[in-house]
Design a protein around this ligand. Structure first.
Ligand SMILES: CC(=O)N[C@H]1[C@@H](OP(=O)(O)OP(=O)(O)OC[C@H]2O[C@@H](n3ccc(=O)[nH]c3=O)[C@H](O)[C@@H]2O)O[C@H](CO)[C@@H](O)[C@@H]1O[C@H](C)C(=O)N[C@@H](C)C(=O)N[C@H](CCC(=O)O)C(=O)O
Ligand SMILES: Nc1ncnc2c1ncn2[C@@H]1O[C@H](COP(=O)(O)OP(=O)(O)OP(=O)(O)O)[C@@H](O)[C@H]1O
Ligand SMILES: N[C@H](CCC[C@H](N)C(=O)O)C(=O)O
Ligand SMILES: [Mg+2]
Length: 488
């Protein structure tokens, strides 16, 4: 039980009906989850307006309503608080409810189109290896020390974030690394959190179904840095053309990292192999198991962050050489016949291009590169032709298939992908709607030395068709195929 007046501290209130000096149970924004004595926060969503469920919430026991307007009759004995922005109010209330856990230990947020999970997860690994208890909020999983919880979003809603931060404090966690998605910023899921630092990875095409255009997507990302406190650090990838823009209006201390441009933290690549990369930083050579130029950007951000958070340079570099790659990010298996299969979460045009360029960089050119890729349903449609073009252009054989069609017709997603193939690449493409069959075909088409890239789903353990999720893991599928083909 908490006092509503205390929970409303710092919320911009427009109007109040009823008593705010009351004890309440939980903060709930989904009427279906309301219990006796809860506060219901009505949010205007993408699909429906939460204000339509106020009466239902009251019927289930809500004693206070936070809303943006009164499109319903007010009931006796219920407290109504009108705010200008319910998402913002929810976030501030969530911080207050859990007694502002984000102010009690350092939290670093990572934002950008690609690389957030990689950076946050590797920082978790690095700080854990350095002897700290660490928390992680990521697309793949949530970790409170070594205790694992299932992630449903890249950046969860503000109540969930604060409840995990509170659990982390209880468990003695000393640092938390979290992904900050553009949806998260736009829906104010991270509003009111006190960050010790923010990291910008890069900006390229994604989520243009949700954001009006690229400029809006970019401005949403920038907002995260605009709102960082003075005490925080803001670390940006200065090689990215939007890197300096992100920090234009931040009051945080600015730092840059780069591979090409002059920067506060600069790394040079000395040698690239399929087993790892040799890098040099401040004239010290370090071997890392991470592969691909894009991952060396991620690694540079990690080294910089560890230094900004006060770790010793020598210790950082020693641990960097022990870091393991993240689940579903350039994860590979080699068959007994010498075929390499790489599973990667590249689900944006830029990520796919980077991964294929990395493969083309380390291949000897005597082998074939076969790419299996699809595009998600109910997501940015403009990615589809671009990803198909990149796959066909940079591979010897591209197989287009399904990737979580969700509520869309899988064939129409594939038709939209096919529209992106240039005529000169047409004869090296195939379309196989069933992902399992597509992976099988890639295996059958491969000979010793060939490389199969299976892109888009990385760590995911399901395929979502028509709202139904069934177990599906790219790595399992390709390993099964390798074993089956061996038997024949
Ligand atoms: C597009 C999007 O971001 N949607 C999020 C949004 O849902 P919504 O706006 O569709 O909600 P809605 O269904 O319109 O409902 C509006 C309000 O009415 C309430 N409601 C609704 C029905 C009802 O019976 N009673 C009721 O009270 C809802 O709880 C909600 O508060 O608010 C919900 C509650 O916080 C989120 O769970 C939901 O995430 C959906 C599931 C989702 O798929 N989001 C993806 C796109 C997302 O956020 N992705 C980013 C990562 C992207 C990346 O990594 O690049 C992420 O951070 O995960
Ligand atoms: N720094 C980077 N620049 C470009 N591409 C990258 C970078 N890091 C990773 N990638 C590519 O993007 C894919 C997704 O990486 P990661 O999961 O780290 O990104 P993310 O930002 O967390 O994505 P999401 O938006 O889904 O949470 C990787 O599998 C890889 O192909
Ligand atoms: N965080 C991204 C992940 C996309 C992964 C891809 N496999 C898909 O399902 O579209 C999104 O929600 O858009
Ligand atoms: Mg992620």
């Amino acid at each position: 039980m908490k006092n509503l007046q205390d929970i409303l501290y710092k919320v911009a209130i427009k109007q109040v009906f009823g008593n705010t000096n009351i004890e309440v149970n939980e903060l709930v924004f989904d009427s279906r989850k309301v219990g006796k004595g809860d506060v219901f926060i009505a949010q205007k969503g993408v699909n429906v307006d939460g204000h339509l469920y106020v009466d239902k919430a009251i019927a289930l026991g809500a004693k206070a309503i936070i809303c943006e307007g009164f499109s319903f009759d007010r009931k006796e004995g219920v407290t109504y608080v009108r705010v200008s922005d319910a998402n913002e109010a929810l976030a501030i209330m969530a911080s207050n409810f859990y007694e502002n856990p984000s102010t009690k230990f350092p939290i670093v947020g990572v934002t950008g189109t690609n690389g957030k999970t990689t950076i946050a997860s590797l920082l978790y690994q690095l700080f854990t290896k350095a002897g700290y208890k660490v928390g992680l909020l990521s697309t793949v999983k949530i970790l409170v020390g070594d205790k694992e919880y299932k992630a449903t979003h890249t950046t969860p809603d503000s109540v969930t974030i604060n409840s995990y931060l509170d659990m982390m404090l209880e468990a003695g966690v000393e640092y938390c690394f979290m992904e900050v998605s553009s949806h998260g910023i736009h829906q104010k899921r991270t509003e009111g959190l006190s960050f010790a630092g923010g990291i910008f990875t890069n900006l390229s095409h994604d989520h243009l179904d949700y954001h009006k255009d690229f400029a809006e997507y970019r401005n949403v990302k920038k907002k995260f840095f605009d709102e960082l406190p003075k005490s925080a650090f803001a670390l940006t990838n200065i090689d990215d053309k939007n890197g300096s823009f992100m920090l234009q209006n931040t009051q945080a201390k600015k730092y840059s990292y780069a591979l090409k441009t002059m920067a506060d933290f600069k790394v040079k690549i000395l040698e690239k192999q399929l087993s790892g990369t040799l890098i040099s930083i401040d004239n010290t050579e370090v071997w890392t198991k991470l592969i691909g130029v894009f991952n060396i950007y991620n690694l540079t951000a990690i080294i910089a962050t560890a230094e900004l958070l006060g770790l010793e340079k020598l210790e950082i570099l020693t641990i960097v050489s022990q870091l393991e790659s993240v689940n579903g990010r350039f994860e590979y298996v080699i068959s007994d016949d010498g075929v390499t299969a790489i599973v990667d979460y590249a689900h944006t045009p830029d990520a796919l291009k980077n991964v294929l360029e990395t493969i083309n960089d380390i291949r000897t050119n005597n082998e074939k590169v076969i790419t299996v890729v699809g595009c998600g349903g109910d997501r940015d449609k403009t990615k589809r032709p671009r990803m198909a073009h990149i796959a066909a252009h940079l591979s010897n054989q591209a197989i287009f298939t399904s990737d979580n069609p969700r509520t869309e017709d899988p064939q129409s997603i594939l038709d939209e992908m096919e529209a992106g193939i240039s005529p000169e690449h047409y004869n090296k493409t195939l379309t196989i709607i069933n992902r399992q069959q597509a992976i099988k075909t890639a295996c059958k088409l491969s000979d010793a030395g060939d490389i199969i890239l299976i892109a888009g789903k990385g760590h995911e353990s399901y395929q979502e068709i028509n709202g139904v999720r069934t177990h599906f893991k790219d790595l399992e599928e390709v390993t099964n195929c390798f074993n089956q083909l061996k038997k024949k």
